[in-house]
Design a binder for this molecule. Structure first.
Ligand SMILES: Nc1ncnc2c1ncn2[C@@H]1O[C@H](COP(=O)(O)OP(=O)(O)OP(=O)(O)O)[C@@H](O)[C@H]1O
Ligand SMILES: [Mg+2]
Length: 250
C-alpha cells in the first residue's frame, strides 16, 4: 500500500478537493482507503458521507480500531474513514504514533493498494500521525505570493519534523491549483516554486473549474464523473503523474 498525505498549513488551498479526487481517481486503479483527518469533515462530504451517523478516523485516539470506522462510498473501490466532527486534538496530551500503530496491528496494507489522507490546515498531532505513514506528501497551493510562501513554510516544517523524529522524509510533490495560465502572477509563482524546489517536484497544474466546487453538493468526486470537464481532465492527469512517481519510487 502506498500512502499519500495531502497537506498545506494554508487554509483553502484545495487540499480536500485534491484528496477526494485523487482518492477516487486512484480507485480506478486499485482499492483505496480515504482517511478524513480534518474535523471539518469536508472530504467525507465529498464522497457522499452523512457525517453525523458514524464513528470517525479520530476514534482511533479513543481506542477504537481503524477498521471499525470504515464505511463504503459512492465507489466500490473507495472506502472512507470519515471525520469525527467534535474531536479536539487539544484534549489529548500524547497522540503520537497511533495511526502508524493501527496500520501495523490491523495489517491495513493487506487490504488496500492506496491510502489518501486529507489533513487539517494546521501542523498538529493529526498531521504528524499522517506523516508517520506517508510515502508521498502532496502540497496543493494557489499560485499567489502567499501560496509560494506557504509552500516554503511547509517544506521547512516537513524537514524539521522528519529530523526531530529521526524519520526519513516522505517524497514531497507540489501541486499548483486554481491555476490560470493567462495570469502573470500565477505563471511567476510557478517559476519561483520551480527555482526554489526543482522542476521534478512540481506536478502539472489544476485549472479553475466550478464543477470542482459543485461536486461537494452531490457527494460525487469529479474523477468519477463520466462527463468530460476540465476538472476531470486535470485531476486524471494528476493521478497518472502520481502513479508514475510511485512507480519510480518502487
Ligand atoms: N480547481 C478549482 N476550481 C474551482 N474551485 C476550486 C478548485 N479547487 C478548490 N476549489 C474550491 O476552493 C475552496 C477551497 O478548497 P478546499 O476546501 O479543497 O481547500 P482546503 O485546503 O481543503 O481548505 P481547508 O484548509 O479549509 O481544509 C472550496 O470551496 C473548493 O470547492
Ligand atoms: Mg480541507
Amino acid at each position: 500500500m502506498k500512502t499519500i498525505v495531502v497537506s498545506n498549513r494554508k487554509g483553502g488551498s484545495a487540499k480536500t478537493t485534491t484528496a477526494v479526487n485523487i482518492a477516487s481517481g486512484l480507485a480506478k486503479h486499485g482499492s483505496v482507503l480515504l482517511l478524513d483527518f480534518d474535523t471539518q469533515g469536508h472530504a467525507s462530504i465529498g464522497v457522499g458521507c452523512d457525517l453525523d451517523e458514524h464513528l470517525g478516523v479520530h476514534s482511533i485516539f479513543d481506542g477504537k480500531t481503524l477498521s471499525e470506522t470504515f464505511i463504503p462510498t459512492v465507489h466500490e473501490n473507495l472506502t472512507l474513514s470519515p471525520a469525527l466532527v467534535f474531536f479536539d486534538v487539544y484534549d489529548y496530551s500524547d497522540l503520537s504514533g497511533v495511526l502508524k500503530n493501527r496500520f501495523k496491528r490491523e495489517k491495513i496494507a493487506d487490504f488496500f493498494d492506496y491510502c489518501v489522507i486529507d489533513t487539517p490546515p494546521t501542523f498538529d498531532a493529526l498531521l504528524k500521525n499522517s506523516l508517520e505513514v506517508a510515502d508521498i506528501v502532496l502540497i496543493p497551493f494557489v499560485p499567489h505570493h502567499l501560496g509560494v510562501v506557504a509552500v516554503g513554510q511547509m517544506m521547512r516544517a516537513l524537514y524539521k519534523s522528519a529530523s526531530d523524529f529521526n524519520r526519513k522524509i516522505a517524497e514531497v510533490f507540489i501541486l499548483p491549483v486554481m491555476f490560470n495560465p493567462h495570469v502573470n502572477e500565477h505563471k511567476d509563482s510557478l517559476e519561483k516554486v520551480k527555482i526554489s524546489f526543482g522542476k521534478s517536484k512540481l506536478l502539472s497544474p489544476i485549472g479553475i473549474d466550478i464543477k470542482l466546487a459543485q461536486q461537494f453538493e452531490t457527494g460525487t468526486p469529479i474523477t468519477l464523473d463520466t462527463k468530460r470537464s476540465k476538472g476531470l481532465k486535470d485531476y486524471s492527469r494528476c493521478v497518472s503523474e502520481i502513479l508514475a512517481k510511485l512507480e519510480v519510487k518502487g
